[in-house]
Design a protein around this ligand. Structure first.
Ligand SMILES: [Zn+2]
Ligand SMILES: [Zn+2]
Length: 487
């Protein structure tokens, strides 16, 4: 080998080195620490392959012509893999939306479940160990590898909707300051969407409207200031209005004072039903035996390692004893090596469910689907998850007999003779207590997209929808609600 060819070959080798180095970095970033899901396995394999090729190239023993061949081969192989795996993009978390992550030990998680069980008289025979299951590795893609991830609460809305919402608040403030007749006149004007719409868009009120409401200036702004005052929030919002064409454009805004928690804690999954801002049929604090028909599904939900939870709370709240303002359960779904999640059983009042939804879209993009927005088609993709344990958690209950109230005896009356006597309780046969056994699979509102069997769970989504999301990603991945944090 002469000197000249060595120089040329070294340049080629440097380019190949840089390409392989980029491959290593790319896939290392996509691996979730400690995760042994199939996605992470495939990323790890790619990193190993590129690293092996790198080691090969930097080894002195290798002849340069061989190096170039190896580099070309490796590049080709990686390109081929990218094609078979659709677009090679794993599930991603929008770093700009993340506030914090927390690592929580199993012991802490179990201790919290035990604490919650004190409020669950019907689950008295369940120990935390029976109910507890650590979440599966695949769920840790949601939380950057930690148990808990906190993210910004984001509200997605258009200006017109926000304006009307603020207008409602302004009107409520005026309610106490006006007579009933004046109030009726006010809402007749200000709750008229077409008037407001034309007023905001064109800053002009139609002559016939002016006449009907005895308005002097055709300028909407003047009428707004006259009614609500120059320093009112509604006037400030009006002054910040976008261009007419953007009045109905959807934009994301941070919701101050609230945050979203995504949690792989079994104790948080258990908390989904009780002591929150909304009520759920599976509230474990119920103590009426007749509620067991619903409650029997909750232990299995807590036990399901592929069920995580996301919820909206006040900013000052924590994952330890959250007061949930809204919540959604989460199950995974893989499609051609691409990871998706389905949010189901969404609860929350006063727009909180909507805030939770848009916050998760902002955090995860289109890879996070909501069962509420999905349709059952003839083109469904099925993904199956197998448990190596029995998902269904059975539990026993024991209560004082309702008839004899625990004494085992009842007083019977012989009619017409007005004669009473004590006898063995016919309901409990003198035992004074009654026992039963319960257990079922987790409760699912949107049963078409998440289903349970004996040792498995199946999640479903329309292939066309999944393909469309992957295609959009390939063309720049402009997520609808992508949001950049302000510095
Ligand atoms: Zn993984
Ligand atoms: Zn009895």
């Amino acid at each position: 080998m002469n000197k000249l060819s060595t120089v040329i070959d070294t340049e080629g080798a440097e380019a190949a080195l840089a390409a392989l180095d980029a491959v290593v970095k790319k896939y290392i970033n996509m691996i979730v620490d400690g995760c042994d899901c199939s996605l992470c396995e495939s990323y790890r394999e790619r990193v190993e392959k590129a690293r092996a090729a790198l080691a090969n190239m930097t080894s002195d023993a290798v002849i340069f012509s061989d190096v170039e061949k190896t580099a070309a081969e490796v590049a080709e192989e990686i390109a081929a893999e990218e094609t078979t795996e659709a677009h090679g993009n794993g599930f991603r978390v929008n770093a700009a939306a993340v506030i914090n992550t927390f690592t929580v030990s199993e012991a802490e998680d179990m201790a919290q479940i035990r604490e919650q069980l004190y409020d669950a008289p019907l689950f008295c025979s369940l120990s935390a160990r029976d109910i507890y299951k650590k979440r599966a590795p695949i769920m840790y893609h949601l939380t950057n590898g930690a148990e808990v991830l906190e993210a910004m609460a984001v509200s997605v809305s258009d200006y017109f909707t926000r304006f009307r919402r603020q207008l409602e608040i302004a009107l409520n403030d005026l309610y106490h300051e006006t007579t009933y007749a004046d109030w009726m006149e006010l809402i007749r004007f200000w709750r008229n969407d077409s008037i407001i719409r034309r007023g905001i868009l064109e800053n002009k009120i139609a002559p016939e409207v002016m006449e009907a409401f005895s308005i002097r200036s055709p300028k909407f702004s003047k009428h707004l200031i006259k009614t609500f005052g120059e320093k009112s929030e509604i006037v400030k919002l009006f002054n910040d209005r976008p261009k007419a064409a953007d009045i109905e454009k959807q934009t994301a805004e941070v919701v101050e004072g609230k945050k979203v928690i995504v949690s792989n804690l079994a104790s948080n999954v258990m908390k989904m039903t009780a002591g929150n801002d909304f009520s759920s049929c599976q509230d474990y604090t119920y103590d009426d035996i007749s509620d067991l028909g619903y409650l029997q599904k909750l232990p299995s939900a807590v036990h399901d390692e592929t069920m995580s939870i996301a919820y909206l709370v006040d900013e000052s709240d924590s994952y330890e004893h959250p007061y949930m303002l809204a919540r959604v359960l989460i199950s995974p779904l893989e499609y051609n090596g691409n990871l998706f999640y389905i949010g189901f059983n969404l609860y929350g009042n006063n727009g909180n469910a909507e805030v939770l939804k848009s916050s998760l879209k902002n955090l995860y993009g289109e890879r996070f689907l909501f069962a509420d927005d999905m349709y059952n088609t003839e083109n469904m993709h099925e993904w199956e998850y197998s448990y190596d344990y029995k998902l269904r958690v059975d539990f026993e209950y024991e209560e004082y007999c309702y008839l004899c109230e625990g004494s085992g005896e009842v007083t019977a009356t012989v009619r017409y003779h007005d004669y009473e006597f004590e006898c063995e309780c016919p309901h409990c046969e003198g035992k004074g207590r009654e026992c039963g056994e319960y257990g079922d699979y987790p409760y699912v509102n949107n049963a078409s997209f998440v289903r349970y069997g004996y040792y498995r769970k199946t999640t479903y989504a329309d292939k066309k929808v999944l393909d469309a999301i992957l295609t959009a990603e390939a063309y720049g991945g402009n997520d609808l609600f992508s949001f950049e944090a302000e510095a």
